[in-house]
Design a protein around this ligand. Structure first.
Ligand SMILES: Cc1ncc(C[n+]2csc(CCOP(=O)(O)OP(=O)(O)O)c2C)c(N)n1
Length: 695
């Protein structure tokens, strides 16, 4: 019989384990139990110490971080680190952790994930010859310790701010950042590419992908595993398993990893056996073979082994000694390796350990008390408005269901997930699946609402076209963070959705000018029999009160807001309507809130063009292919020519900063928009207008 856990009857706190090597049974304590797919107690498994549930901490007992970091300050780059004695690594890790706490507390940033990778980062740079050996961090939100150890310690407090360090690893920033990241689950593919490139050039460099258990849930990660496991590439994949995504990690893979971790006794035996047998190659080889047999029974499926990897672990990701030893050994191995490292998100900072969701990306905080400073609220955010609307519509319409690809908190779905647990689907970081899953639900008569950030919908473009739009299935896309998002920077800007959505047949695309319009547009979307998207920005709107009653807007109709006498008309889309209003008032221009990007209010556009000398379009989307382009297409189709200025996101990537600095960088803040409109309008002389009109 293989090694297996037998949990006592009715999920008691004790379990019994059988050790096939000595044919003995031992009683073990069962600690935390991850939720399993079925309610069957017998399938539940014990977890290692690092997975205990949230603990209660007494904040006043926390030790304030030191002001100086003698060891850390001696590390200018990883070469310095590699000169340390092994015994100095743990004190260095302690200093690094305290430095992170102090630095992030000043301005906020990604936090809990980085605390969990402190020891792993130290060990990786200690063992691998970086940057010659390639480290590829997945997503990159956990790479703050990496930035600190690779020459950016003094700049860490500038991270995510305008002109400061990039939020994620960025090739332009450091030679140690081997691959630009931000969107998840790319690390294995990229590192495999690097491993293959090294082999082609005959270089003996290592490629290491460090991927979280959340990021590993994405299809792309599995595509890469599928490829890598079938190659002889010298690729090391490190699974940083902390049982968390931004929220709790979900899905069958998460359950699988829990089962793998339940082989704690197996791992213990294995490590002990290795120590004894290491000096005796022949015996070791025999043991390895029987171990494989044993593992096949112990670790259900041995998924990664069966995919072609040499699976090592699980090991404690906070035990520097074993990390250094294991990485040192793994580095010598050839072929695809998979090292399973167990860490705790928020490690070493009590409040973050207790609530890693809250501390995933906090604002500035007081390190001593753990109090996060909240920005003064200027009203509900669009995400909150969406979440409230979703609860309201779901009360009313039993066919509405909600889907999120791992973004419950960011998308405003926390309350919904509690109130409507049977209609809420967190599908993990799987945007492509989220969209086709929604299509399936819609095909059966449900009204799925996919809550997704504009930037992450990019992942699911084929699904959007092929599975949703082509079949004209009424899926509602609630596109959060559309437009410039600010501190997450270029990887996360929602710059393109209008361009990539409006060219798809059957789509209805809306952009609300304010909070209430957002609510009414979302409702309108649920009344349609075709797919639709409502795109709204990050943060708050102009402060328009919500009307509880939901009324469908006339589809494809803009809203004439102001008639001017200057001869200039501004056609504005979405979040920038409010700025456009201020400009229109100052210049005595006509203002239209276009509301629909598709179908566009052609009659209104043609009518405005006939009555004005020039048109300015304003949108928070790439100018190319965006809403303004759609206006020009309408004019061209109707044979109307007049001077038109398109204002939107220019043809370059907008880097990180506050949302306001990003808007300014794109020329889309009020000052930038006003200046552009005024400058352009000033040269639209009657002669020029006449010449354009006569074309
Ligand atoms: C394609 C994509 N979807 C969603 C996100 C948002 N996101 C950033 S980090 C994260 C969770 C990652 O979890 P994991 O890989 O386990 O790392 P941990 O934070 O637990 O260390 C998510 C969902 C993203 N960056 N990319």
């Amino acid at each position: 019989m293989g090694l297996m856990w037998r949990i006592g009857p009715k999920c008691s706190k004790e379990g019994v384990a059988h050790n096939p090597l000595n044919n003995k049974w031992a009683t073990i304590a069962v600690r935390a139990v991850r939720p399993q797919p079925s309610g069957d107690c017998a399938t539940k498994v014990p977890m290692p110490d690092t997975r205990e549930g949230p603990r209660r901490y007494k904040l006043p007992q926390m030790i304030p971080p030191p002001d100086t970091y003698p060891l850390l300050e001696s590390i200018r780059n990883p070469a310095d680190l590699r000169r340390l004695q092994p015994a100095q690594l743990a004190p260095l890790a302690d200093e690094l952790r305290q430095f992170l706490i102090q630095s992030v507390s000043t301005r906020g940033g990604h936090f809990a994930a980085g605390l969990g990778t402190v020891e792993l980062t130290v060990a990786l740079h200690y063992i691998f010859n970086t940057p010659y050996d390639r480290l590829v961090w997945d997503v990159g939100h956990q790479a703050y310790p990496h930035k600190v150890l690779t020459g950016r310690r003094e700049l860490l407090h500038t991270i995510k701010q305008h002109g400061g360090l990039a939020p994620f690893p960025s090739r332009g920033e450091s030679e140690y950042d081997t691959f630009g990241v931000g969107h998840s689950s790319t690390s294995i593919s990229a590192a495999l590419g690097m491993a293959v490139a090294a082999a082609k050039r005959g270089e003996d460099r290592r490629a290491v992908a460090i991927i979280g258990d959340g990021a590993l849930t994405a299809g792309m990660a599995f595509e890469a595993l599928n490829h890598a496991g079938s190659t002889p590439s010298d690729l090391l994949i490190i699974l940083n398993d902390n049982d968390m995504s931004i929220s709790e990690n979900v899905g069958a893979l998460s359950n699988y990893l829990a089962r793998a971790l339940s082989g704690r006794m197996y791992a213990h035996l294995r490590e002990g056996g290795k120590k004894v047998l290491r000096q005796m190659p022949t015996v070791w080889e025999l043991a390895r073979r029987s171990e494989e047999h044993l593992k096949g029974m112990v670790l259900p499926g041995t998924l990664f082994e069966e995919m072609g990897f040499n699976y090592i672990g699980p090991i404690d990701g906070h035990d520097l000694k074993s990390l250094v030893t294991t990485l040192g050994n793994v580095k010598k191995l050839k072929g695809p390796q998979f090292l399973h490292v167990v860490t705790r998100k928020g490690k070493g900072y009590a409040p973050a350990e207790a609530d890693p969701i809250k501390w995933h990306g906090p604002g500035p905080f007081d390190p001593a008390s753990g109090k996060i400073f909240k920005e003064a609220s200027t009203g509900p955010t669009y995400s909150q408005i969406f979440g409230q609307w979703l609860c309201d519509i779901s009360e009313r319409d039993p066919k509405v269901v909600a889907i999120t690809p791992a973004m419950r908190e960011g998308s405003g779905l926390v309350e919904y997930s509690k109130r409507f647990p049977d209609r809420y689907y967190d599908v993990a970081i799987a945007e492509q699946h989220a969209v086709t899953f929604a299509a399936g639900l819609a095909a059966e008569g449900f009204k799925p609402v996919v809550a997704i950030y504009s930037t992450f919908l990019q992942r699911a473009y084929d699904q959007l076209i092929h599975d949703v739009a082509l079949q004209n299935l009424p899926v509602v896309f609630a596109l959060d963070r559309a437009g410039l998002v600010g501190s997450d920077g270029a990887t996360h800007q929602g710059s393109y959705d209008l361009s990539f959505l409006r060219c798809i047949p059957n789509m209805v695309v809306m952009a609300p000018a304010d909070e209430n319009e957002c609510r009414q547009m979302l409702y309108t979307a649920t009344t349609l029999s075709s797919p639709s998207a409502v795109r709204y920005p990050r943060g708050t709107g102009p402060g328009v009160p919500l009307v509880a009653e939901m009324t469908a807007l006339p589809v494809g109709r803009g809203q004439h807001r102001r008639e001017g006498r200057s001869g200039l008309a501004i056609l504005a889309f979405g979040a920038l309507v409010d700025s456009a209003r201020k400009i229109a008032e100052r210049l005595d221009a006509t203002l239209v809130n276009m509301r629909f990007i598709k179908p566009m209010d052609e009659a209104l556009v043609v009518d405005v063009a006939a009555r004005h000398q020039a048109i300015v379009t304003i949108e928070e989307n790439a100018i190319m292919g965006g809403a303004g382009s759609a206006v020009s297409e309408v004019l061209a189709a109707h044979g109307v020519s007049l001077p038109v200025l398109h204002l939107g996101i220019p043809d370059r990537f907008i880097e990180h900063g506050s949302r306001d600095t990003c808007l300014a960088a794109a020329g889309l803040d009020l000052a930038g928009l006003s200046a552009s409109v005024e400058k352009w309008w000033a040269v639209q002389t009657p002669e020029r207008v006449r010449s354009v009109r006569s074309v």
